[in-house]
Design a protein around this ligand. Structure first.
Ligand SMILES: Nc1ncnc2c1ncn2[C@@H]1O[C@H](COP(=O)(O)OP(=O)(O)OP(=O)(O)O)[C@@H](O)[C@H]1O
Ligand SMILES: [Mg+2]
Length: 257
């Protein structure tokens, strides 16, 4: 099998790339039974593992980039079935990592799942470029604000330069305020399809503090329901109708719930 590699990118920092990568991956895996790996390619500011309660892993993307571990050794399986390649949280593991080989390392995960979601860093630096180079296509995440969308457009120039396709844009932390940019305005400003809207939801921060993705922590929360719909649309699938017993089972096996 050769996985489809999708980079989750933004431009602006702090718009929800990591939350969306963690939760899309989680839902694709535990609701839709897809074989998915999420990879923390935000090498110098990794957080992806924290969403799954990973705080100290011997093998990380950093140690793979340094040649200390093989790609296989850096894949951890979560209770949801999702496979996770965390980054290191330690400064020492960032200092001498050369991100130049990031795209090649990403390609080494290709035969290990059907879908690979790459949690990218903000901006258009070497790290982000290398991760986009290693992807097949990109999904943008933005807040419904002009500054966030301006940064999306800046990153889109890089994506064009690297000749990658964009699937579209996800609007995150939507509060429904008048000053927010509406989905139709986003579409005419960016020329991209709005794939979905995820509301601002306090359950997201709450779930992160427990080290559990919100879609597992509270699958019925507003954010979880919209992320599940987004995953269904991206996979071109319908969510199974009775998931309550499944969630009850899942909540029993995940510590901290
Ligand atoms: N839908 C949401 N509702 C409420 N809070 C959210 C939502 N999405 C993300 N957040 C919060 O916003 C903050 C930034 O989210 P996240 O770390 O996923 O952004 P990011 O784009 O990955 O940031 P960076 O560019 O630094 O990697 C976090 O504290 C997260 O919990
Ligand atoms: Mg992030």
């Amino acid at each position: 099998m050769t996985a489809e590699k999708i980079a989750v990118i933004s431009g602006k920092g702090g718009v929800g790339k990591t939350v969306l990568t963690a939760n899309l991956g989680s839902v694709m895996s535990h609701v839709f039974d897809e074989d998915v790996i999420v990879v923390d390619t935000d090498v110098s500011s990794s957080h992806l593992g924290v969403h799954f309660g990973f705080y100290s892993n011997p093998a990380t993307l950093n140690s793979v980039l340094k040649g200390d571990h093989s790609p296989e050794e850096s894949i951890y399986e979560h209770e949801t079935g999702l496979k996770i390649v965390p980054g290191s949280l330690n400064y020492d593991d960032i200092k001498d990592v050369d991100v130049h080989g990031l795209d090649k390392v990403i390609s080494e995960f290709e035969d290990k799942s059907d879908i690979i979601l790459l949690d990218c860093g903000p901006g258009v630096d070497r790290e982000t470029s290398a991760a986009i180079r290693g992807s097949d296509k990109v999904i943008y995440v933005s807040k419904p604000s002009f500054t966030s969308l301006i940064d999306v457009m800046r990153t889109d120039s890089l994506v064009e330069e690297l000749e990658k396709d964009s699937v579209g844009i996800v609007l995150n932390m939507v509060k429904g305020k008048k000053h927010e940019v509406s989905p139709s305005e986003v579409e005419s400003f960016t020329g991209m399809e709005v794939l979905g809207e995820v509301p601002h939801d306090n359950r997201v921060e709450e779930s992160t503090s427990k080290g559990v993705p919100v879609t597992v922590y509270d699958p019925h929360s507003k954010a979880s329901r919209s992320i599940e719909k987004l995953a269904a649309d991206l996979l071109d699938r319908e969510a199974p109708s009775d998931r309550r017993s499944f969630y009850r089972r899942l909540r029993k096996i995940i510590p901290g719930l």
